[in-house]
Write a protein that binds this ligand. Structure first.
Ligand code: MAN
Length: 364
């Protein structure tokens, strides 16, 4: 650990990189001249050759000359063009209070449009601190399940194949779709692997007792809560034997909603999963859960306090403040390099000691 680390409330050393935020919207050229980039965040992370790759979620919106007009971009799969819906902020049919979504007035659970369109773009680095951003989008909406955009990718490497899966957002709901690549140039599309509403899928990097496992986060509507489930598969495409794994905890940092974060990794004590939890007022923190090495449907231990919470100004303020949200980490010996989106705006990284994280967990 670096001697610049600071101890958090749980007495763990957290070393936030001096270069944080590592990538901000100002570093990204919009993919169209009439658009602006408002977010470069929630990146999936992988090692590719000698590079660290961050697969950024880039959120862009059309420039608006009139501050009263909100423009919502929608991908049209018929002609592969974007259509722009224009809405006046004075229009009382809609509720514009959440900067991320446009809802029907009086229906806080509704979701009519997003205020931006997200797609995925590659950032590359040799040292894990300084990143160069590719000129063009890498994965862009391409079908009717992605018309509002694609978001929050995770990357699982199995042998020489990188499986990339992400939230696909459309009027049909938010589900999880998957592609794969061997070279971060060409991709093969595998379709939707978890139907709406589901997000935060995390595929384990190897088979366990002959089966692949994935965490996922359905959002039940009539009964139930947004909690973490686990499923199994023999081919990474068809998932079954779904079981609830980790639930919300009243009065705690993960009382409102939760979901998997980084791809689970093996430790001597079990599979470690870094997950996000939020309160009902949308303060997002990161914590950890330890799963049995031989049977990952069994929870061994869990964080009572967050391992990272929004404290730095770039974490507390931004497009949607008070959010730290990791979609990928790189583990080297005892160091966890946790890359994470901050305030739905930019990317940051913090190093944590694996040993300290394991020691901080409360056994169940
Ligand atoms: C939530 C947030 C947004 C996201 C939408 C659709 O409102 O996570 O960032 O764009 O869901 O997935």
């Amino acid at each position: 650990m670096n001697n610049k680390s600071i101890k958090g409330d749980n007495n763990m050393n957290v070393y936030r990189y001096e270069q944080n935020p590592l990538v901000t919207p100002a570093d990204i050229k919009p993919h169209r001249e009439d658009f602006e980039v408002i977010g470069a965040f929630n990146a999936g992370v992988a090692k590719y050759g000698d590079e660290t790759i961050m697969l950024l979620r880039i959120a862009e919106r059309p420039l608006s000359e009139d501050p009263k007009i909100i423009k919502s971009p929608i991908f049209n799969p018929e002609n592969n063009e974007l259509e722009i819906i224009e809405l006046n902020l004075d229009n009382s049919t809609y509720d514009f209070s959440d900067p991320r979504t446009i809802k029907k007035s009086g229906e806080p659970q509704s979701f009519v449009y997003l205020t931006s369109l997200s797609y995925l773009r590659i950032a590359r680095s040799k040292d894990g601190h300084h990143f160069t951003i590719d000129e063009r989008p890498f994965i862009y909406p391409s079908n009717n399940l992605e018309v509002y955009g694609i978001e929050d990718p995770r990357i699982t490497q199995i042998d020489d194949t990188y499986y990339i899966y992400f939230s696909a957002v459309s009027p049909h709901g938010v589900g999880e779709s998957m592609v794969s690549t061997k070279d971060f140039v060409t991709v093969e599309h595998h379709g939707m692997i978890f139907a709406p509403e589901n997000k935060d899928v995390l595929i384990f990097p190897e088979k366990i007792n002959g089966k692949y496992y994935a965490l996922h986060r359905p959002v039940p509507k009539s009964v139930g809560h947004p909690e973490i489930w686990i499923a199994e598969s023999t081919n990474l495409l068809h998932w079954g034997n779904h079981k609830p794994l980790l639930g919300l905890r009243d009065g705690m940092w993960d009382s409102g909603r939760m979901g998997g974060g980084a791809v689970p990794f093996k430790t001597e004590k079990g599979w470690l999963e870094l997950y996000h939890g939020a309160t009902l007022d949308h303060r997002y923190c990161m914590g950890a859960v330890l799963l049995d090495l031989e049977d990952p449907t069994r929870v061994i231990a869990r964080s009572s306090q967050p391992i990272l919470e929004p404290e730095a100004p770039y974490e507390t303020e931004g497009f949607f403040g008070n959010v730290v949200f990791s979609c990928g980490a790189i583990v080297e010996g005892n160091i966890i390099k946790m890359y994470y989106g901050v305030a739905d705006t930019s990317m940051a990284c913090a190093e944590l000691s694996l040993e300290e994280v394991l020691n901080s967990l409360v056994y169940i």
